[in-house]
Design a protein around this ligand. Structure first.
Ligand SMILES: CC(C)(COP(=O)(O)OP(=O)(O)OC[C@H]1O[C@@H](n2cnc3c(N)ncnc32)[C@H](O)[C@@H]1OP(=O)(O)O)[C@@H](O)C(=O)NCCC(=O)NCCS
Length: 440
């Protein structure tokens, strides 16, 4: 056999995990297909060696049917262009004061940044299109500060953008707006990306820069925040860097105006956008308006996902094998843990004689283990059992007895099982019996 011959990977666990992740990705693709993702991409990333990887990932998202719209950040390009002409602009509260003299250079730099993204898209086989679909007017003089040719968005040409998106183009909107007389204004790209959420139905808005998500001293990056928590962070951390503060404020606005999720993400770590989209456990911060996870009763449509999650553990002998029919027959007993409509955990509560109940089929998807999902499912089922008048709860487990002790379950014996369950006890599996007596 030659050295280069390929052999099948015999590691069944690894193969199962890979298959599980692929199935999870498929379920996300089905969910996001046809949705619009708006991406504000800072131009500081354009010269980074990771940038082509980011663009390739974006084109892949587009390839599976997700609509993409890009707003380039332009701060670095403008600074560079001005420096070439030995010109400078001042800032007020993070906003550039654009003079009539510097405006043509600002315009050139902004269109240039958009053009570079367009070229990368083309190189990856996608059709980008750049246009001037934003009407703006001067910010004027506010509190004595003259913003000159820095503008404010007045209107966005929704119909044209929607038409282009539906035809498979990736529109690129440089942060320049024009008034009815054709005068250009320099506008904020963060504001433009946010404002677009008022005009279009947006599944996700991304702010992609060099920094990752919101980082708090001693706590690291926060992976998910609802708008109230985001507001609390802004109020309590007045010294947050300008970009994070600006992104958080705009994320709250975008959620309030209709974006379902806003992600603050680093474009420097390879695959970050794919991780954020397909696992919701990326390196970024997601801001959301409504609760993005829930525990609910299972429906027939959930059964393939439940079987998918359980399959890995059935093969390892942790769970007993169940068929579609087995679950369907007791569907009302099952609950599912849902994140963004994708199922990541499940469990069941079965009623037996004499107010005795069984907790069963507790399983958590590989990507969501150790993040409290299992605990929430078990606590939910214990509460459900109490509401139904349970006096005793039992379960059978081969691998998770240590985990169940933490809920108050104690070692039991076959004698603790209700008679109808005892009859079916599988001696070969030799599962451990655990019980809790519910105090009334
Ligand atoms: C057991 C299981 C449901 C736990 O779900 P989970 O969402 O990963 O767990 P949580 O996030 O709620 O809890 C995590 C904690 O439990 C611990 N833990 C997880 N599985 C454990 C096990 N089998 N034994 C002991 N401890 C375990 C983790 O180490 C972690 O501890 P820490 O908080 O000290 O870091 C999950 O690992 C699973 O699906 N296992 C396979 C199926 C199974 O055995 N089901 C039980 C039979 S009904």
């Amino acid at each position: 056999m030659s050295d280069s011959a390929l052999f099948a990977d015999k590691n069944a666990d690894r193969n199962n995990e890979i298959a599980g992740s692929i199935r999870e990705v498929f379920s996300y693709i089905a969910k996001f297909k046809g949705q619009l993702f708006i991406l504000k991409i800072e131009d500081t990333l354009l010269d980074n060696p990771q940038f082509p990887v980011l663009i390739r990932d974006i084109v892949q998202l587009h390839g599976v049917g997700i609509k993409i719209l890009i707003v380039p950040g332009t701060r670095k390009s403008i600074d560079r262009q001005l420096a070439a002409y030995e010109l400078q602009t001042s800032f007020h509260e993070g906003i550039r004061l654009t003079s009539a003299e510097t405006l043509p250079l600002v315009e050139q730099a902004s269109l240039g940044a958009a053009q570079r993204i367009l070229s990368y898209l083309t190189a990856n086989g996608a059709s980008g299109i750049q246009g001037n679909w934003v009407q703006a007017r001067s910010l004027g003089i506010v509190g004595g500060v003259d913003y000159m040719r820095t503008g404010k968005i007045e209107r966005i040409e929704r119909n044209i953008i929607e038409k282009l998106l539906n035809e498979g183009f990736i529109p690129i909107l440089p942060p320049i707006g024009w008034n009815k007389l054709g005068h250009a204004y320099n506008i904020s790209s963060t504001e433009l990306a946010t404002e677009l959420c008022r005009y279009l139905v947006v599944g996700k808005l991304f702010f992609i820069g060099e920094e990752g998500g919101v980082k708090l001293v001693d706590k690291g990056i926060i992976s998910a925040l609802n708008v109230n928590q985001a507001q609390e962070i802004l109020a309590k951390n007045t010294n947050l860097p300008f970009a994070q503060k600006d992104y958080l404020e705009n994320a709250i606005r975008a959620c309030r105006t209709g974006a379902k999720r806003v992600h603050l993400l680093s474009g420097l770590s390879a695959g970050s956008i794919l991780q954020e989209v397909f696992s919701a456990r990326g390196n970024g911060t997601m801001v959301y308006d409504n609760e993005y996870w829930s525990l609910r009763e299972a429906s027939v449509d959930d059964i393939p996902d439940m079987l998918r999650i359980m399959q890995n553990y059935v093969e390892k002998g942790f769970l007993v094998s169940r068929s579609q029919d087995d679950i369907e027959a007791k569907l009302a007993d099952f609950v599912v843990y849902v994140v963004d409509t994708a199922i990541h955990g499940c469990g069941a509560l079965h009623a037996f004689e004499n107010n005795v109940y069984e907790i069963a089929a507790i399983a958590v998807g590989a990507n969501y283990r150790d993040s409290g999902v299992g605990e929430q499912v078990v606590n939910f089922l214990i509460e459900k059992a109490k509401k139904q008048g349970a006096e005793k709860l039992f379960l059978l487990t081969t691998q998770a007895s240590d985990w169940f002790y933490s809920f108050g379950f104690k070692d039991g014996s076959i004698q603790d099982l209700p008679p109808s369950k005892r009859e079916k006890y599988n001696g070969k599996r030799n599962s451990k019996v655990m019980v809790i007596n519910i105090k009334r």
